[in-house]
Structure formats: structure tokens, C-alpha cells
Design a binder for this molecule. Structure first.
Ligand code: BES
Ligand code: MN
Ligand code: MN
Length: 463
């Protein structure tokens, strides 16, 4: 039986098994779901065993377990290391879901006329991770796996992978590989496939401004003392200029833009701005002057306030001048920006914006460096050929706005490059209510992966 015939014969089961994974609320940030998250890891391990992989095991960490499995057919052949995550974001706000977030439901949409699976984690990343398990199963069961494969699936990606870096440092030999393959990014469209060649980094900061020991009567003190909410708002507002350029001195020092040719290619990519706006229903676009929307999310860094609080926010009113205000501010990083360096530049500049009578604290929360995939390699070529086989056209290299902070660490620690071959769409509602993953996308992914292995082995042998 051919690999594709096996996939076709097992279509229904492949979907039912994914549903089993989707039913488990493996929300890594919520400790009340720790048992669920663990149960989900066990299920991934079991599916890897059933797919025909060896040594499938759960590695406990200080947080959620990491699953490792491998199939070594010949030490002299190349090894592909597949990475993915089984943890998901919280499902809230729950009342905005049209179906239960942890009861996968198939519905048709305009973009997914063949139907899409709705549920938390469908596209990010259970559906995309599992398509590799199913593709490798099809290759093993039809004796057509052309090289070695290893799986490393973690349960803490959505909380910044705090335990993965020590794990990869400790298990360098076990993780030895020639390429890392990940499906946890987006595809441009059904007609025009893309391979992600840029991921942004992240520097996430907690800040607070304190101006007094205690809250005060706003009649007795208002007008004569600083209000920390106003102070904080003013400080945040100064972090960007009229053109939406970030004002932190030195912030752009390590930002290098792609070549004019690559920028031209990105500009011509069939990016549907209206569709992009419609999926969250934004009222208009705003960003740094002189850049196209796709460049604003792909090749430019950002600075955004993710939350802000202070003072009285309860029912009714309270005439008070608060003593303290706080915010969470994150920066997406690109190119050669280093998150520790950016965190330091931010801290120094932010503190300098405060008046003397305000006490400012800045604490870095977590972060990661950006990553750019080299395209002049057999692994990139293999991915492009596989996409070409499955979609009929050459894929477009795309810089994406999201982050997978561990990818830069893979390069640094394991010294291996990563191929980001995503099969979801930006409009699939990742981290949002009604997240979904197209059935077409799921099966297209399962079909494309074996083509990658085939081309990769061929190209490596030819080198
Ligand atoms: N899969 C996403 C990242 C992504 C999505 C990249 C689409 C490119 C296109 C990942 O699960 C994610 O959400 N990452 C977080 C990282 C953070 C929690 C450290 C992000 O980007 O916010
Ligand atoms: Mn993800
Ligand atoms: Mn995510």
C-alpha cells in the first residue's frame, strides 16, 4: 500500500483520534487543569507508540511533561526532529464561543467550505502537531519512512517554555538531528502556500508606578499630587512617536531589513487585507508609517501594552487618587535584536521618563529571540519541493508576527536550523474564541509531510 492510500483508508480514524486530544483541556497556565494537561501528555505518548515509534516516554519537568519518541531506521541516514506543543491557551471569554471549546465541532465557513473543526487548540497546536504523528504513522506502517525521525512535544509553549531550554541542554545527544520541523505557524492561502522564514522574538515586561504610601481623597489631594495612572499613561504614550516609531534609544540598532527583492516578494504575496481585518473585526488599521501591513507584523518590531490597571474599577464611583498603577508591556522583536539587551534598554529609558517623585519598577517577565530560517539549504529546498508537490505551486517565504521562543534556542543549543511549515490560517482564531482548523488543512498537512521527508533524503544524498 502506498503512504497516500494508507492515509486515505484511515481518514475517519485520523480525525476521531484528533478529537480525543482536543477534548482534553490542557491549559498550561491554569493549575486547576494540571491533571488534564498531564492526561493529554499521556495520550500523545500513547498515539506515538501506536504510530509505531520507539522509546516513547514522558519526561517530567518542574512544570508539565515533555514527550519524546523516535524511530531510527539507519544511523547513517538524516534525522528529522519534530517539535510541537500539546498545551493550549485558556478558552475565555467563554460566552463568545458558538460551540463548546473542548468539544470539537465541525462547521463550514466561507474560508473552509469543506468544514473546519472548532475548538481550543485545533490549529494551535494540537491539530498541526498531530498531523505529523499521523503522517509518520502512515510512512512507518507502509514501510516508506525514508530516514530517522524524533518527536519532542512539550506542554508549556503557551507560557514561554520555561522548562524546555534546560531539557534540550541536558539531552543534546538524544536530540541530535539534521533539521527541526515544526507546524505551528500559518499558511498564506489554499492557492498560494507559504513557508515561514521569520518568527519574531519577545520581551515581556511588568511595570508599575508608585507615587504615595496610601490612596488619598481626590478632593483633598487632587491637583496637588501626581496621579500614578496619569503618570503611567503619559510614560507609555511617550514610548512611540507620531509615526508609531518606538522612541527607546538604541531600540532599532540590531534591526536589519530583508533584501529589497524579498520585501518586493512579500509585498506581492496574495495577502488579503480585508480578510485579515474581518477575522477579529477591527475597525481600521494603524502602524508605523511607510510600511505595508504584512511588513508591520513581519519585519518590524512592536511595543504594546497588554494590560493596565490601578485605582478604582468596581461598581459605582469612588473619589480617590490611587497610590499605584501598573501595566504589562511587551515588545515583539525582529532580526538580530536580543531580548535581554532590549529589556535593559527599555528599563533604563522607561525609568528616565518618570518624574523624581514617582517610584518606578520594571521587571522582565519572559522573552525569547527572533529567528530567521536560511533559505539556501537542502532542508528549505525540501520543504519548498514538498509544498510544490502538494499545492502545485512554489511556496512564498513569509515573515510572521508570532513567536516560538524556543526556536532561537534550538539554533543556539542544538545548532540545528528549523523549518516552519505551518498549515493553519491567520484567520483561524488562534488564542481567540471559536478557534478552528480546516479539515482540508489537516489532511493537506498529512499529505505534505511525507513529501518533505522524501525530498529531504534525496537532496541530502545529492549534496
Ligand atoms: N503558534 C503560536 C505562534 C505563531 C502563530 C507564530 C502563528 C506564527 C504564526 C504560538 O503557540 C504562540 O502563541 N506563541 C506565543 C509565545 C509566547 C507565549 C511566549 C506568542 O506568539 O504570543
Ligand atoms: Mn503554537
Ligand atoms: Mn499559541
Amino acid at each position: 500500500m502506498t503512504t497516500q492510500a494508507y492515509i486515505d483508508a484511515n481518514r475517519e480514524r485520523y480525525l476521531e483520534e484528533l478529537f480525543q486530544l482536543l477534548r482534553i483541556p490542557s491549559i498550561s497556565t491554569a493549575s486547576e487543569h494540571d491533571d488534564d494537561t498531564h492526561q493529554c501528555a499521556v495520550m500523545v505518548q500513547e498515539y506515538l507508540v501506536r504510530a509505531g515509534l520507539d522509546k516513547a516516554a514522558l519526561y517530567p519537568t518542574d512544570g508539565h511533561p515533555i514527550i519524546y519518541a523516535e524511530k531510527i531506521i539507519d544511523e547513517s541516514l538524516p534525522t528529522v526532529l519534530v517539535y510541537g506543543h500539546y498545551d493550549v491557551q485558556p478558552a475565555d471569554p467563554l460566552d463568545e464561543w458558538n460551540s463548546e471549546p473542548f468539544e470539537p465541532t465541525i462547521k463550514k465557513t466561507e474560508i473552509h467550505p469543506d468544514g473546519a473543526i472548532f475548538g481550543r487548540g485545533t490549529t494551535d497546536d494540537k491539530g498541526q502537531m498531530f498531523l505529523h504523528v499521523k503522517a509518520v504513522e502512515a510512512m512507518i506502517q507502509t514501510d516508506s519512512l525514508p530516514c530517522n525521525v524524533k518527536f519532542m512535544i512539550e506542554g508549556e509553549e503557551e507560557i514561554g517554555s520555561p522548562n524546555l531550554e534546560p531539557f534540550i541542554k541536558k539531552h543534546k545527544a538524544m536530540l541530535k538531528s539534521d533539521v527541526i520541523l515544526i507546524s505551528d505557524t500559518s499558511l498564506l492561502s489554499k492557492e498560494v502556500p507559504s513557508i515561514t522564514v521569520g518568527l519574531r522574538g519577545l520581551a515581556y515586561m511588568d511595570v508599575s508606578v508608585k507615587t504615595a504610601r496610601a490612596d488619598m481623597h481626590s478632593g483633598l489631594f487632587g491637583g496637588a499630587v501626581a496621579n500614578p495612572i496619569n503618570t503611567l499613561a503619559k510614560m507609555i504614550a511617550q514610548l512611540k512617536d507620531e509615526d508609531n516609531r518606538i522612541t527607546i534609544p538604541g531600540f532599532y540598532d540590531d534591526v536589519h531589513f530583508p533584501s529589497d527583492r524579498d520585501r518586493e516578494m512579500m509585498r506581492n504575496a496574495p495577502f488579503d487585507e480585508q480578510e485579515y481585518m474581518d477575522s477579529p473585526g477591527v475597525y481600521g488599521l494603524e502602524g508605523q508609517s511607510g510600511f505595508h501591513t504584512y511588513e508591520r507584523t513581519g519585519i518590524l518590531p512592536t511595543l504594546d501594552c497588554n494590560g493596565i490597571w490601578g485605582g478604582f474599577t468596581g461598581e459605582g464611583s469612588k473619589t480617590v487618587i490611587p497610590a499605584k498603577a501598573s501595566a504589562k508591556i511587551s515588545m515583539r522583536l525582529v532580526s538580530k535584536q536580543d531580548w535581554h539587551k532590549i529589556a535593559d534598554l527599555f528599563t533604563e529609558h522607561f525609568k528616565s521618563l518618570a518624574p523624581d517623585h514617582a517610584k518606578v519598577t520594571v521587571t522582565p517577565h519572559h522573552g525569547g529571540n527572533p529567528y530567521v530560517t536560511p533559505t539556501d539549504t537542502p532542508e528549505y529546498r525540501a520543504a519548498a519541493e514538498a509544498m510544490k508537490d502538494a499545492f502545485g505551486v512554489e511556496p512564498v517565504p513569509m515573515y510572521e508576527g508570532g513567536s516560538i521562543p524556543i526556536v532561537a534556542k534550538f539554533k543556539e543549543v542544538l545548532e540545528v536550523e528549523t523549518i516552519l511549515m505551518g498549515f493553519g490560517f491567520d484567520t483561524d482564531g488562534l488564542h481567540s474564541p471559536n478557534e478552528h482548523f480546516g479539515l482540508w488543512n489537516y489532511y493537506k498537512g498529512i499529505e505534505t509531510v511525507p513529501a518533505f521527508y522524501r525530498h529531504y533524503v534525496g537532496l541530502k544524498a545529492g549534496v
